[in-house]
Design a protein. Structure first.
Length: 306
């Protein structure tokens, strides 16, 4: 499969660029688990050792594990089963490069230079809504510290420069790397957007009402299926249960959603609905500027049971 070969080669290039032995070991381990299997030869070339298999008919892939509504969207879920398996190297590597990837999302859409202070503020927002998707090392990691480390890493590999006036600029040789790193985060941001819009629609009639956290995941999966079937979003992994759970937990962690510990119900945090809308608009704008598909926000457009 060409897409897995491209993904793996790109991941290895990033490992080399940052001289990160741990990252390369993570990717190699992930590659060994891909079925049908692939491996890397001595020249860092990805070699496939088995012909393509129809995932839609393979008995070992239970689509109902992804979502109980799989039978209603057979094409979407069969494609999702393929994508969720082929992105395994990405899922392993992303924890090693999360800081530079989030910063690259912002740098990729700036035509020229980018004020460091503005970049830091927007970086903190994206890091917050992706908080549960990455392993930050400590639970109280400071977004500004993570941002500064990301800047240092990108400067070190000559992907960006920092001027005396604190302007960040992508170098000509770094443009390709920045675009690749940004693309590793686009599926995660799309998932946050889908889940956030699902929550807004669930609470449209009663903004302060609680609803079951467990019910929000299937609703978000249905919404993602509809958007995928209509060609309005790009990434099939958005229907994955774990990635949607991470989106839920991140929005709770950054204070946009409120979770009742006893009942495990959630609601939009009091007074935070406008903030949540602004964050989703920001994410949607970033994705559109990067050439990804995302529909206009339409509160009231609902999933199956709304």
């Amino acid at each position: 499969c060409l897409c897995v070969c491209v993904c793996v080669c790109a991941c290895l290039c990033v490992c080399v660029c940052f001289a990160d032995q741990r990252a390369e070991e993570e990717v190699r381990q992930a590659i060994s688990l891909i079925q049908p299997p692939v491996f890397i030869d001595e020249d860092r070339q990805v070699v496939r050792v088995q012909e393509d298999v129809s995932f839609a008919t393979r008995p070992d892939i239970d689509l109902s594990v992804l979502c109980k509504n799989a039978k209603d969207y057979p094409v979407v879920f069969s494609r999702a089963a393929i994508e969720l398996q082929l992105v395994y190297p990405h899922n392993q590597l992303v924890h090693v490069i999360h800081d530079v990837s989030i910063l690259s999302v912002l740098l990729d859409i700036k035509p020229t230079s980018y004020r460091r202070d503005d970049a830091c503020s927007e970086f903190a927002i994206l890091a917050g809504v992706l908080r549960e998707e990455f392993v930050y090392g400590t639970s109280d990691a400071d977004p500004e510290q993570i941002f500064n480390e990301a800047v240092e890493r990108l400067v070190k590999c000559r992907a960006i420069t920092v001027s005396d006036s604190r302007q960040l600029s992508v170098t000509e040789e770094g443009d390709r790397l920045i675009k690749f790193l940004a693309k590793t985060v686009h599926p995660l941001l799309t998932t946050v957007w889908v889940f956030g819009m699902t929550v807004i629609n669930l609470s449209a009639s009663q903004p302060d009402a609680f609803f079951a956290a467990t019910a929000s995941i299937p609703e978000a999966q249905i919404e993602a299926c509809k958007l995928l079937a209509q060609g309005q979003i790009s990434f099939y992994r958005c229907i994955g249960m774990e990635i949607l759970k991470a989106a839920l937990q991140s929005l709770v962690h950054c204070g946009l959603l409120k979770r009742d510990a006893e009942s495990d119900n959630i609601c939009i945090a009091p007074g935070e609905r406008p903030t949540l809308m602004r964050v989703l608009n920001m994410i949607g704008g970033i994705l559109k500027q990067a050439g990804q598909r995302v529909p206009a926000i339409n509160v009231g457009r609902s999933s199956a049971r709304l």
